[in-house]
Design a protein around this ligand. Structure first.
Ligand code: IMP
Ligand code: MG
Length: 194
């Protein structure tokens, strides 16, 4: 992968490595956009983003599609520590849209254990959409605790905590245009601050 992108100077010492550059992310979204456009072949599509992390990938991905597309968001909170989810999920903000009979594509930033997504799939399936698929920009196969069907996958990464491009640690780093890996020192500091 391309490691040329510079880490902003105020984050030196916190972000050890640029794992996926902005150019690589954009190229992957071009590719996924073409696949989704071909598969749905002009059918109306409802993109469902999971807040907050998916807001960046949603904005960039939605603009690759030139068919009839609507966008909605859900906010969920998973009980557990700030870096591990438990699979016990609470809806903080539900969809505004009734999805019965709609073609729904969930847009996720990252699938880690899969517990959040598994819960979300079961919840949305019960609302009887015409179809329900998942796009995940990042997945961590080694961290998976439950098998979840991901139709469109961006990058499979190692089981390391990453930030940027929507992903946070304690609400920081979401605005970075690349995916970066936190240094051990930054992760330890975040743990100590909790
Ligand atoms: P899961 O339920 O374990 O699959 O976790 C899903 C959620 O945990 C994601 O939507 C993220 O909000 C968060 N998450 C998991 N791994 C990371 C990471 O490496 N960096 C930042 N957030 C993460
Ligand atoms: Mg998060």
């Amino acid at each position: 992968m391309d490691h040329q992108q510079a880490v902003p100077s105020h984050l030196e010492g916190e972000i050890g490595e640029v794992l996926i550059s902005s150019a690589e992310l954009q190229a992957k979204l071009d590719e996924l956009g073409k696949r989704v456009a071909a598969d749905y072949d002009g059918r109306d599509l409802l993109l469902v983003g999971v807040l907050k992390g998916a807001f960046v990938v949603m904005a960039d991905f939605a603009r690759r599609l030139d068919s009839e597309v609507s966008v909605d968001f859900m906010a969920v909170s998973s009980y557990g520590s700030s870096t591990r989810s438990s699979g016990v999920v609470r809806i903080l903000k539900d969809l505004d849209t009734d999805i019965e009979g709609r073609h729904v594509l969930i847009v996720e930033d990252i699938v880690d254990s899969g517990l959040t997504l598994d819960w979300l799939l079961r919840n949305l399936r019960s609302r009887r959409p015409a179809s329900l698929e998942v796009l995940a920009l990042l997945t961590k196969p080694a961290a998976r605790k439950i098998d979840v069907p991901i139709r469109y996958e961006g990058f499979a990464i190692d089981d390391r905590f990453v930030v940027g491009y929507g992903l946070d640690l304690a609400e920081r780093y979401r605005n970075l245009p690349f995916i970066g890996v936190l240094t051990d020192k930054a992760q330890a500091a975040a743990r100590a601050a909790r």
